[in-house]
Structures are given as C-alpha cells and as structure tokens.
Design a protein around this ligand. Structure first.
Ligand SMILES: *[C@@H]1O[C@H](CO)[C@@H](O)[C@H](O)[C@H]1NC(C)=O
Ligand SMILES: *[C@@H]1O[C@H](CO)[C@@H](O)[C@H](O)[C@H]1NC(C)=O
Ligand SMILES: *[C@@H]1O[C@H](CO)[C@@H](O)[C@H](O)[C@H]1NC(C)=O
Ligand SMILES: *[C@@H]1O[C@H](CO)[C@@H](O)[C@H](O)[C@H]1NC(C)=O
Ligand SMILES: *[C@@H]1O[C@H](CO)[C@@H](O)[C@H](O)[C@H]1NC(C)=O
Length: 536
C-alpha cells in the first residue's frame, strides 16, 4: 500500500502567508486594528521519542508492543494484556515472544516477564511466535498461539500452525504442550496449505459446552483467493474439529482478516478483525453466533490506522474496552513510514441504539489527565476572530482563514477539550499542531464536512488538496449547527482524538509536545467553545 512519504522543508518562518495577517481583532463587535506583532517566535520541533509512557504503555526497556490479547480476571478485576514483544533476532534470537501488562485502571501498568519464548531450534514450528488468545478452564490457563517459522529448509513444519501452552497462573509459568497436535490448514480444501493460518481466538459458545477457535486464513473460493476467518470446535480444548469458513469478508475481498475476535455485547455478536492492507480494525455484527454477519449502519470502523489487531474485553461493571496498538514510525519522526508495533491504545467501546459500536476515552484516563488547568495564551491570531469568552472563539474564515495560535503546553501529557460547532464550511476547520508559522506550516487534525471525515495531515497548508492522502482518518457524519465535543489526549508522541464519544483518531505525532498549537477555520465559520487544557 502507498505510505504517504513527505519531506519536511525548513522554510522561512514567515512566508507570504504572513501578509494575510492584518491583525484584525474583533472585540464587542468593534473592529480594532492592532499592529502586527513585530516578531513572534513559534516552536515546532519534533520531540526525541520518550519511553516514559504511563497511559499508552510500551515496554519498560523501550521495546514496542504488538498484537494485544486480553484475559480479564473477574475475581480480581485485573486485565491481563498479552502482547507480542517487538524484538526480532536480537542477540539471543528472540522473535516476538509473549509478555503481558496487567492493569485494573488503564493508567498504571505492571509488566510481566517473558511468558512464551520462541524456540532456539531452526526447524521448530515456534521458531518465532505470533498472536493467539488465552482462556481459562478448570483452573488452567490455555494459551493458543501461532507457531511461525519462515525457514524454508525444514521438513515436517509449515510456515504457520496453531500451538498450545498451559499454566496454572495467568501471568507466569506457561509450559508448551508438546503432546498437543499442531493445527495446520487442512489439505485439499482450497486453503493456503503452507502459509497464512494464524491468530487463534478461542471462546466458549453460548449455552453450550462447545469451544470455538477462530483463525485468520486464506482460501480459494469459486476460483478466487480470499482472506477468510476459518474455525474449529472442541469439547475439551485439546481435540479440535475443523469446520471451514466462519466468515469470508462478504462484499470485500480482504487479503487477510487478521487477529479475528468474536464477542457478545448485550444481545449482539461482534466479529472484529484487522486488515493488513489498510491497517484498519473493522467489525461486523449479527444477532446470533451463526450470523448472518452484516456491516454496521454507519462506517465499519471507529478509528483510523492507530489501533491495530484490536480486541474487545468486558469488565465486571458492564463496561467494554477495545485494546490494540498504535503504529510506530521509522526513525521516530513524523516523516517516517508506518512501522509494525507501537504503544498500547485503549478506547471505551459502547453500542448505539442500532447496535453499531462507538468509542470514547476511558473515564480513568480522562480523569488522570484532568487535574491542573493550563491557561490559554495567544501567540497570534489571523483573520476575523471574535472571543465570546476567555476560552470560546468564533472563527469567521469565510473566504479565507481565521485562526488562533496558542503558546506551547509545557508538559509531556495533557488533554484538550472543546466543543466545536460550524455554521458553514466549504473547506475545513479544526486544530493545528506544531505551528512553525501562523498559516502555512503546521499539522492539522481537521474536520472536512464535504468528505464527512476527521483526518490528520502533516502537509503544509498550501500543499493540501483533495487528493492528499491523510496520515490517518476516520469517517464521521458532519452537519452544520451541531455540537462536536472534542477531546485530545496527548502523551509524548501519542495523540488520541475523540469526537462526541463516537469516533477516535489515534495518531503518532512527534510535534505534539512543547510546540505551538491552535484552532483554525478555512472557508468556514466555526465556533470553538470552552477550550480547556489540563495536565495530570
Ligand atoms: C497436552 O495435550 C495433550 C494432547 O492433546 C493432552 O492429552 C494433555 O492433557 C495436554 N496437557 C495439558 C496440561 O493441557
Ligand atoms: C461460491 O459459489 C457458490 C455457488 O454458486 C455460492 O453459493 C457462494 O456464495 C460463492 N461464494 C463466494 C464467496 O463467492
Ligand atoms: C472539558 O473538561 C472539563 C473538565 O475536565 C469538563 O467539565 C467538560 O465537560 C469538558 N468538555 C468537553 C467538551 O468535553
Ligand atoms: C495536490 O497537491 C499535490 C502536491 O502539491 C500536487 O502534486 C497535485 O497535483 C495536487 N492535486 C490537485 C488535484 O490539485
Ligand atoms: C461552555 O461552558 C459554559 C459554562 O460551563 C456552559 O454553560 C456552556 O453550555 C458551554 N458551551 C458548550 C457549547 O458546551
């Protein structure tokens, strides 16, 4: 897929854009002409990647995390978040071993030791380890995982197979069961028999003692290769009967539907999977375990590329969360290409009346960030700006741009919230991040009403057009004269935006801390109400 690469041009801080700054300031409906500030300095440096993540957790030793699998302990209220540690051929040849974080609140985490190690033998099936899932039965924890071996000079193994390890504890002592018969793609049924058979998700069916195992596979159906979710059933977690295709993608031919999961919320079953091409986590819904699987009424995702291989988990209090990882970038810069593995991301997940899924910030995270108020200090403003209170502004950017740039927030962690409401918009409006100047060189988290999209772009303003590929984006129905409640949570280079407790946009932004930021409306008239900035 096309990764949007670009070059940061160190342009003059004040280009032709500055001439647009007439310094017009509207106060109590009287236009006061004030002189353009003689010299304004903007701070727009990219941060050096930090490792002290409290919320968007990564490993204490700076290693990134991949595919999350959750086991929620109902007795202790603890989430055990298994993940693939993003080490590959380090000095002891580790290749994605399993570790876990434990948490009860998503604001403090404990990291376990290694739980599943890869084999030192060149020709063992689990030479490397892939995703899987953990289920408890009769006091024993069963970890079903992918054994991955890319070595082509071995006999008796295939590239991917499903294996088992068990332990009496959820967070230590897993022992690989060498008597368990590795599950491989069946022969002679149209499956890719050598590769692409991974990510087992095991769950107990409703009102039956049958266990199900979903997995990601590829199959030739009616002459066309498709990514499919295949499944097995079992009565004892040890002997598994292959049952063929569980879901074939419907109208979409996915290359793979990775890390599939099935979970029931209320009366609805949800099938969640991730697409390695688009990097989106998608879902389907059904009123019964046997389908039919239908697309949601709205979009079939609630975030962009920032939450991959995500799984849903329920707690004891009737809440549900979706957990995945946000991508990392090459060399930890904003220009760097997308890279596998990153930081843990957690959204609260809820259902609309029509059973579509919506996401919001977990309350504990919102509260964690909302302690100290940081006053808004204006660096510059451009165009017709009317302050309706100390933290509410009407940006009348009809026929041009209206914006306010604020001074940097001097904290590695902060939350911005505001209510945004537009009267009209033929272009876009939203938030500026990392302003190197007032009107041209900044990143944007922008609402584009005519595309019904919320997107993150890094291109300079004059280079943005309707063919620009967003770094990440999410569909959202936008209409004039509606309130959109925006929450932006920042920790180091992790930036998660929530709108109306419906959609999220998880981004990686190295310019997110210690830089100028602001609000803008371009060919739009937009009110920003009650902007607040808080830190822990
Ligand atoms: C290991 O797998 C074998 C074969 O399926 C089974 O008989 C045995 O009970 C398993 N051991 C554990 C600890 O699950
Ligand atoms: C394959 O063909 C059969 C028989 O025509 C049809 O029922 C089925 O829907 C087709 N499957 C796909 C995925 O196209
Ligand atoms: C912004 O945060 C404050 C306090 O944290 C809260 O009272 C307010 O409701 C929030 N506003 C929005 C739009 O989320
Ligand atoms: C959009 O911008 C890019 C980069 O500036 C340019 O190459 C492309 O021609 C533009 N497309 C349109 C439709 O204006
Ligand atoms: C802004 O805050 C004020 C005071 O708390 C409140 O009355 C008003 O409804 C808020 N406006 C919006 C649009 O949320």
């Amino acid at each position: 897929m096309a990764i949007c690469m670009f070059v940061l041009v160190a342009s003059a801080l004040c280009g032709s854009a500055c001439s647009k700054n007439t310094g017009q300031e509207k106060k109590d409906s009287t236009i006061v002409i004030v002189p353009v500030p003689p010299q304004v300095s903007f701070i727009c440096n990219q941060q050096v990647e930090k490792t002290d993540y409290q919320i968007f957790k990564m490993c204490n030793d700076r290693t990134r995390v991949g595919d999350i699998n959750v086991y929620y302990d109902e007795q202790s209220g603890q989430f055990n978040l298994y993940f693939l540690k993003n080490i590959w051929n380090d000095d002891v040849n580790k290749r994605h071993p399993w570790y876990a974080f434990t948490t009860t609140d998503f604001t403090s985490y404990t990291e376990t030791g290694e739980l599943l190690s890869c084999s030192a033998n060149h020709c063992e099936q689990d030479f490397a380890i892939g995703s899987g899932s953990v289920i408890k039965d009769n006091g024993l924890f069963y970890a079903f995982y992918t054994g991955f071996n890319p070595n082509t000079d071995c006999s008796n193994i295939r590239k991917e197979g499903i294996m088992l390890a068990t332990s009496a504890s959820a967070t230590s002592g897993f022992i690989k069961n060498t008597s368990f018969t590795t599950l491989y793609a069946p022969k002679g049924q149209g499956y890719d028999e050598y590769d692409n058979f991974r990510d087992p998700y095991v769950f107990k069916g409703e009102a039956s003692s049958l266990y199900y195992m979903l997995l990601a596979a590829r199959k030739n159906i009616n002459g066309t290769w498709r990514g499919v979710i295949a499944y097995y059933t079992s009565t004892d977690l040890k002997n598994w009967d292959f049952k063929d295709v569980f879901y074939d993608g419907g109208n979409t031919n996915f290359f793979m539907m990775e890390t599939p999961q099935l979970i029931k919320l209320g009366n609805t079953w949800y099938l969640v999977f991730s697409d390695p091409d688009s990097k989106y986590t998608y879902y389907r819904k059904a009123s019964s375990l046997s389908g039919p699987w239908v697309n949601p009424a709205d979009a079939d995702r609630f975030d962009g590329k920032g939450i991959y291989a995500a799984k849903i988990s329920k707690d004891n209090n009737g809440n549900a969360y979706i957990l995945g990882w946000n991508y990392n970038t090459v060399d930890n810069t904003d220009a760097g290409a997308w890279m596998w593995g990153g930081n843990l991301v957690v959204h609260k997940i809820s259902q609309k009346a029509n059973n579509d899924l919506i996401v919001s910030a977990p309350e504990s995270i919102r509260n964690y960030f909302s302690k100290k108020d940081i006053p808004l200090v204006k660096t510059t403003q451009t165009g017709t700006v009317t302050a309706t209170s100390s933290n509410s502004f009407d940006l009348n950017g009809n026929g041009g741009i209206a914006n306010i740039v604020f001074n940097p927030v001097s904290s590695n962690r902060y939350i911005i919230n505001a209510t945004v409401n537009y009267k009209s918009s033929s272009k876009d409006f939203g938030f500026m991040i990392g302003n190197c100047d007032a009107t041209e060189n900044f990143y944007s988290i922008r609402f584009v009403p005519f595309l019904n999209t919320l997107r993150f772009d890094t291109e300079k303003r004059s280079l943005l057009n309707y063919t620009t590929i967003a770094r990440t984006s999410v569909p959202i129905a936008l209409s004039a004269n509606n309130d959109y409640k925006v929450t932006i949570i920042v920790e180091n280079s992790m930036v998660v935006v929530y709108v109306n407790d419906v959609v999220a946009l998880t981004c990686r932004i190295y310019k997110a801390i210690g830089t100028n930021w602001g609000i803008f409306a371009d060919d739009s008239e937009t009110n920003f109400y009650n902007i607040s900035v808080k830190t822990p």
